[in-house]
Every structure is written in C-alpha cells, then in structure tokens.
Design a protein around this ligand. Structure first.
Ligand code: ATP
Ligand code: MG
Ligand code: MG
Length: 284
C-alpha cells in the first residue's frame, strides 16, 4: 500500500477541475465523482468511432457514501508526464445557463469584482456605477478574454516534468500567445509535435464519422495532451459533464458561429485552430 501511494503521488496529477472530484484508485484507474450526464456520454462513447480517443469507462463504484465513475488512468505507466488541458469550444457555458440568467436580470457584485480584478477597464460606465454585472454578461466576457471565443479553445493548465502546475492562462488569447505556450510545453521537440499533429488529424477524421459527435452539444470538454520521455505523445477527449444530446436529434456542424438557439459549440473550430498551432510550432 505504501509503495502504491508513493508511485501514485509521483504520477497522478489533476490539472483542472474541482479538487474533490477525483479519488485515486489502483490498477490503472481513476475515480471521478458520478455524474449522470457524463456517465451516459461515456457509455455511449464506448460504442462510437470516438472510443479510441476517450478513456475506457468501466462503470460505477462506491467509496463510502459517494458514487464514482471508474475511468482508465491516462497517466498510468508514464514517468514524469507533461500534460496540457485544453478546454474546447467557442463558449464554455450552456445555452440553458445563459437563458436562465438572462430572464432573471439579477445583478452580481461578486462577478463585477472578479472582472475588475482581471481588467479594471472591462466594465461599462453603467456597470461601474452599479458595482455589478449580470451573470450572462460575465460568462460572455470571460470567454472573450481567453482564446475561447476567437480560436474555439483555451488552455486551462499545464503540468511540467517537475510536477509544477501552471494555471495562469486566462488571458492567453492570440494565436501567437498560444503557439508560444505550446512551444514551451513541448520544448520544441519535433517528434512530440509530430505525434500531436497526427493524433489531432486522426481525431478530426473520427469526429466526422461519429454519430455521437453529430448529435451532441459539447460544452466544457477538454483535450488532454500527454507526453513523457519514453512513450508516444497522445491526446484524449475528457470531461463530458456538460455534453448534452441535441434537441430532437438535430445535427450540429461544430464549426459555424454560435447564435443563441442553434446549439453550436465550435468544437471543430477549436480543433482546426489547435492543428494550425501545432503545425506553426513545427516550423519554428
Ligand atoms: P471542470 O472544472 O473542467 O469541469 P472536472 O471536475 O469535470 O473539471 P475533468 O476536467 O474531467 O474534471 O478533469 C480534471 C483534470 O483531471 C484533468 O485536467 C486531468 O489533469 C485529470 N484527469 C481527468 N480524467 C483523467 C483520466 N482519465 N486520466 C488521467 N487524468 C485525468
Ligand atoms: Mg475539465
Ligand atoms: Mg467538467
């Protein structure tokens, strides 16, 4: 047990998300707090062309009073892994969250202060006078700060070889800034960049064939980039807690602008941007 936890401490890294959502486990698995939406997506994905891009899902288990989803540990067998979590899509909030808050015009002073802390010039004159903003205004502003609105993804965090976690990418917005970050993340190693590029291209192919992808609005989901000294660099789709079937089976394009009501998420816009970033990094 001692040996297991020592090994575990050196390899398991949770880069993003709420700290209490995960529980370490043995045998190449991680346990993530049960969520019915995510569980049903993972179940469906096990029988979809995206299966080889998603951690294996082994079903539900309990620890004490808590239920967990048993997932393949993507870091299993890696030594000193270097990891990057990219949150995909042109928006990171659900349409229903936006309409809920739009219909209640309640003003939020906590969100006003969060906004001012990042950029004192962001609130309008009126918002400054009220010392408050609406939640919908805050959600949309937050996505426009990073590269989400324009490039269709944003970097959530990076874990370096020495285990140091970097999370300060809220204002990493332009293609040049993201490319610089990817160059640092990969240390410009061509073999790693090439592995990432071919995986992104294979993912693009698989997404185009996927029935799941056509019929789901994918919000807040990430691509997890992982490399170490020994094995091939790889990319995985994770985090389906805000992934919902479209209304009456509507087919989404995933690369056209979002207009409220069309459910588009810009996932393929993000994938195309990431592919350009990696190609650009290979030329450096
Ligand atoms: P969010 O706040 O983004 O909704 P969350 O609580 O839903 O977060 P995830 O995004 O699924 O959690 O995961 C958080 C982090 O945990 C990831 O960035 C990654 O570092 C790690 N992680 C998640 N799933 C796995 C896995 N199957 N194998 C290895 N690491 C994982
Ligand atoms: Mg996440
Ligand atoms: Mg999540």
């Amino acid at each position: 047990m001692m040996q297991w936890s020592a090994r575990r401490r050196s390899s398991w890294v949770q880069l993003a998300g709420h700290p209490g959502n995960f529980c370490p486990s043995e045998g190449g698995e991680v346990l993530k707090k049960y969520n019915a939406v995510e569980s049903s997506c993972l179940q469906a994905l096990m029988h979809d062309s995206l299966c080889r891009f998603v951690p294996q899902y082994y079903g539900v288990t309990s620890r004490g009073n808590e239920r967990y989803m048993r997932l393949e540990d993507l870091l299993s067998g890696k030594s000193f892994p270097v990891i990057m979590d990219c949150k995909m899509g042109v928006r990171t909030y659900l349409e229903k969250d936006l309409s809920k808050v739009q219909h209640s015009a309640s003003l939020r002073s906590d969100m006003y202060w969060k906004m001012v802390k990042v950029d004192p010039a962001a609130p309008t004159v009126e918002e400054h006078a009220l010392r408050a903003v609406t939640k919908s205004r805050y959600l949309q502003w937050r996505d426009s700060l990073s590269s989400s609105s324009t490039l269709g993804f944003r970097i959530e965090g990076i874990t370096k070889e020495n285990g140091k976690v970097l999370r300060d990418f809220k204002m990493t917005r332009t293609l040049a800034q993201v490319t610089d970050t990817v160059l640092t993340f990969t240390k410009k190693q061509p073999n790693i960049l090439k592995d990432y590029l071919s995986r992104l291209m294979a993912l693009d192919e698989a997404l185009k064939k996927s029935e799941f992808f056509k019929t789901h609005e994918i919000i807040g989901s990430s691509l997890l980039f992982i490399h170490d000294r020994r094995s091939k660099a790889n990319i995985w789709m994770i985090d389906f807690g805000k992934t919902f079937p479209t209304d009456s089976g509507l087919y989404l394009k995933h690369n056209i602008p979002w207009i409220e009501g069309n459910q588009e998420d810009g996932y393929l816009t993000g994938l195309a941007s990431l592919t350009s970033v990696v190609k650009e990094a290979l030329l450096e």
